[in-house]
Design a protein around this ligand. Structure first.
Ligand code: GDD
Ligand code: MN
Length: 367
């Protein structure tokens, strides 16, 4: 069976030569019959470099049967659509084989790992093999700085919280390094935009998944195309994919806040002490929210989770801890920065909302 290696490229000219060299020596060494399909949207000389390399490989093959037999193909898109995700889909369409391996063109995905993915895939019992930075033995050393590490970890946790069942066995849903049987990818349904092509594939339908760990390396040359814009794009994509659960969670949270205020108002009017009123209101809201979440948000996850009293205990403990911790944090924000109590409260409430959602999805209703 042939392996099609799909490489999306955007201005990677100085990386092409080295990438092809390392892929060729790896697949030749492992006796894997493969092709490389570059899908290029570049505005620099990347396409020319790919053509040069492709011609040379062909010439060498004609001259010397012993050198690499790896065909190098180029799809240059003059009117690119869908960014990185669109490029990968175009690569799937053009590939000669159903077995399509996707990897970046900057050598952050070591070509030497290709045989590991291939051997796992060749066992024939899964639809996709994922090279993971976060599986046991994998590393994410190539993430440029600490901010990028935090964003990556946060986005991964949020994503897994939003798709707890589909991503149960997936530690790295955002990796760009994977091998998939393209017949299991529903191209018509998929609207790949931007960077999260694997997530789209995994979220749309149930897939049989295996992971292998790998070390995410430093870029060989050039700069990452990841940006704040890509990040915002990712969040909208994620919300579009999974608007349901989180929006319901938000609506219930909002209702809870209104009820909370109403109870405080009513009790203080009945001459109950403010602190007592606030505590009663908070506890009533926490319990009410829990019941509504059970019924409307996580109903499909209850049967695989722990018992109802355990779920309640976790949820109750978390929400109380959150309420208690938030007060000094607000105080700290107000005293250390030039920020009003209202703004500080609003910021902490928004953050608390996301943390609460992640906690409930991954801990309270953990399968
Ligand atoms: N054809 C095409 N079109 N290729 C693109 C485009 C595009 O619009 N944007 C980026 N690429 C190519 C790059 O040239 C590179 O080969 C690959 O896609 C990944 O882009 P990078 O700019 O190197 O991204 P990164 O290293 O910051 O992100 C990597 O890690 C992320 C997770 O942390 C990628 O693997 C992402 O897919 C992954 O989500
Ligand atoms: Mn990269």
């Amino acid at each position: 069976m042939l392996l099609s290696i799909v490489v999306p490229t955007f201005n990677e000219a100085p990386n092409i030569e080295e990438l092809v060299r390392r892929i060729a020596s790896t697949v030749d060494g492992a006796g894997i019959e493969a092709e490389i399909v570059f899908v290029d949207d570049s505005t620099d000389t990347t396409a020319d470099v790919i053509r040069e390399v492709a011609d040379r490989v062909t010439a060498e093959r004609d001259r010397d049967a012993a050198s690499t037999s790896l065909p190098v193909r180029l799809i240059h898109r003059d009117h690119p659509s869908g960014g990185l995700g669109g490029a990968v889909m175009a690569g799937f369409e053009a590939a000669a084989s159903d077995a399509c391996l996707v990897m970046d063109g900057d050598l952050q995905h070591p070509p030497e790992e290709i045989p590991t993915l291939w051997r796992r895939f060749a066992r024939g019992d899964v639809d996709v093999v994922i090279a993971s930075r976060y599986a046991g033995g994998g590393t994410a050393g190539g993430l440029a700085d600490r901010t990028r590490v935090m964003v990556s970890k946060g986005a991964t946790a949020l994503t897994r919280a939003m798709f707890p069942i589909r991503l149960k066995d997936v530690s790295d849903p955002m990796t760009g390094f994977f091998l998939v049987d393209r017949r299991t990818v529903d191209g018509a349904q998929l609207k790949p935009r931007g960077f999260k092509i694997l997530l789209e594939i995994l979220a749309r339908r149930p897939m049989r998944v295996a992971e292998v760990p790998f070390d995410f390396a430093d870029r060989h040359a050039g700069e990452s195309k990841a940006s704040v814009r890509q990040g915002v794009h990712f969040l909208t994509q994620l919300t579009a994919l999974r608007f349901g659960k989180m929006s319901l969670f938000a609506i219930i949270g909002g209702l809870g806040a209104i009820v909370n205020i109403a109870i405080v108002w009513a009790l203080t009017h009945l001459d109950v002490d403010y602190i007592v009123a606030a505590v009663i209101a908070a506890e009533v809201t926490i319990i009410g929210n829990f019941l509504l979440q059970e019924r409307f948000v996580f109903q499909d996850m209850r049967e695989n989770a722990s018992g109802v009293w355990q779920r309640f205990a976790k949820s109750f403990a978390f929400n109380n801890a959150e309420a208690v911790i938030r007060i000094p944090i607000v105080a700290l924000m107000v005293s250390s920065g030039h920020i009003s109590a209202v703004v500080a409260t609003a910021i902490t409430l928004v953050i608390a909302f996301f943390v609460r959602f992640v906690f409930h999805s991954l801990v309270v209703y953990a399968p």
